[in-house]
Design a protein around this ligand. Structure first.
Ligand code: GDP
Length: 207
């Protein structure tokens, strides 16, 4: 997969600020520090794409990015580009803040997850080394209740010895009562093609 274009579109809190519906959207959520920005940068093949999401004032907003992807066939020929949007949702570090702030965070995410028409896939990132935490369980159960079954991705998988990875992923999946958790490592670019494939299948961009 080659990313031929990766643009920051805009930040938003409410529907009126969302970019006009266009390409299918994939939203990313996780606890602060789980490796979400690193994951987005690796997927987008850009070093600093998700830096905008960390800009003061933007950390509590939905940040929309738009990418063009070109798949290379085995013969090296390029297929026409597919366009997809990655939406960086604010980390749930803020969800443990003051009550009012928690309420605002919840309202903003709930509206986006349940009402945004182009949303096709929802990714919850968990820390592959430490496994799902209580707020990860909560996030996953809540999103399922909103009708969005998440793709769960275990980040920082390089921190586990390769001989321990498969068992750890199985354990995380069992704890979450889901069939599978995908491994990902931004540092060593592990699981990148597999994650892209899962996302494109879910968006319908891959047949
Ligand atoms: P965010 O707060 O969820 O956006 O997390 P960041 O992407 O900023 O990453 C948080 C910390 O985890 C940083 O110190 C990263 O360098 C580190 N990190 C992110 N991805 C990986 C990874 O794949 N492997 C390792 N070892 N560290 C990672």
């Amino acid at each position: 997969m080659i990313v031929t274009r990766a643009d920051f579109l805009k930040s938003a809190t409410n529907e009126g600020e969302y970019p006009e519906a266009g390409a299918p959207e994939v939203a990313f959520c996780g606890r602060s520090n789980v490796g979400k920005s690193s994951c987005l940068n690796v997927l987008a093949q850009r070093t600093h794409l998700a830096r905008v999401s960390k800009t003061p004032g933007r950390t509590r907003l939905l940040n929309f990015f738009e990418l063009d992807l070109v798949e290379e066939t085995r013969s090296g020929a390029k297929k026409p580009a597919k366009t997809v949007r990655l939406v960086d949702l604010p980390g749930y570090g803020f969800a443990s803040g003051p009550r009012e702030e928690r309420k605002r965070w919840k309202g903003m995410i709930e509206f986006y997850l349940s009402r945004r028409e182009p949303l096709r896939a929802f990714v919850v990132l968990i820390d592959g080394e430490i496994g799902p935490q209580p707020n990860d369980h909560e996030m996953i159960e809540w999103s399922v209740s909103l009708g969005k079954k998440p793709i769960v991705v275990a980040t920082k998988i390089d921190k586990l010895k390769s001989s321990r990875r498969a068992a750890a992923l199985q354990k995380h999946a069992a704890a979450l009562h889901i069939p599978a958790v995908l491994p990902f490592g931004a540092k060593e670019k592990l699981g990148v093609n597999e994650l892209w494939k899962a996302l494109l299948l879910e968006t319908g961009l891959l047949p």
